[in-house]
Design a binder for this molecule. Structure first.
Ligand code: ADP
Length: 190
């Protein structure tokens, strides 16, 4: 039985590491870090980005501004970490997904890097639980069926390879997205 407060959606275990899916709102997740599907400016936007800044308050934007002042805009596929303000999560990892341009412009590779660089950064910071939205499948137009396969495979690969993370959760906003991720999870080899 899952312990109290733990989500109970479809899941796969890789030794002591767990990958799970739930339908819900990323901003309410009590994990070490939630991942923001940001844009390169890190100055907020619509979709999940807007929801994170609204719920977390101005401390997140202040931290993002300092990062951009120091390092410039964040390239697609890379990740940075900030405070989480008033969110129940302890940190926000910001990554920039690819804009869908038909699939021949390296979109899958960039999306794969988003998940891997976010998890590598979480591991580097000693975190053990991370929750992701479906990166790039909103305003950036990546077809969700294809994005789900990239996302689930990248995370499963990192967990199989011995990431120190214990829990990675995908938090899907719509039933259709949840179904796409459920199919992608079911398609993973044993
Ligand atoms: P992108 O620009 O990377 O496409 P979006 O924020 O537009 O990012 O969309 C990414 C996904 O996040 C979409 O599937 C959207 O439905 C979902 N989303 C929006 N708000 C939330 C939220 N509060 N929690 C989880 N997912 C969300």
């Amino acid at each position: 039985m899952p312990s109290a407060g733990q989500a109970t959606g479809p899941a796969r275990n890789f030794g002591p590491r767990r990958l799970e899916l739930i339908r819900g709102d990323l901003t309410g997740q009590q994990v070490d870090a939630i991942v923001n599907a940001a844009n390169s400016s890190l100055m907020g936007g619509g979709g999940v980005d807007g929801a994170i800044h609204r719920a977390g308050g101005p401390a997140i934007l202040q931290a993002c501004r300092r990062i951009v002042e120091a390092k410039g805009p964040l390239p697609a596929g890379q990740a940075v970490i900030t405070v989480a303000g008033r969110l129940p999560a302890r940190h926000v990892i910001h990554t920039v997904g690819p804009r869908w341009r038909g699939g021949d412009g390296g979109e899958a590779e960039t999306l794969d890097r988003c998940y891997r660089s976010s998890l590598a950064l979480a591991a580097e910071k000693g975190l053990s639980s991370v929750a992701f939205p479906s990166i790039s499948t909103g305003a950036y137009g990546y077809p969700v069926e294809q994005a789900a396969l990239v996302a689930v495979r990248a995370v499963a690969d990192m967990l199989r390879a011995g990431s120190p993370l214990r829990l990675v959760r995908f938090v899907l906003f719509s039933e259709a997205d949840f179904d796409a991720y459920r199919r992608a999870l079911a398609s993973l080899p044993d």
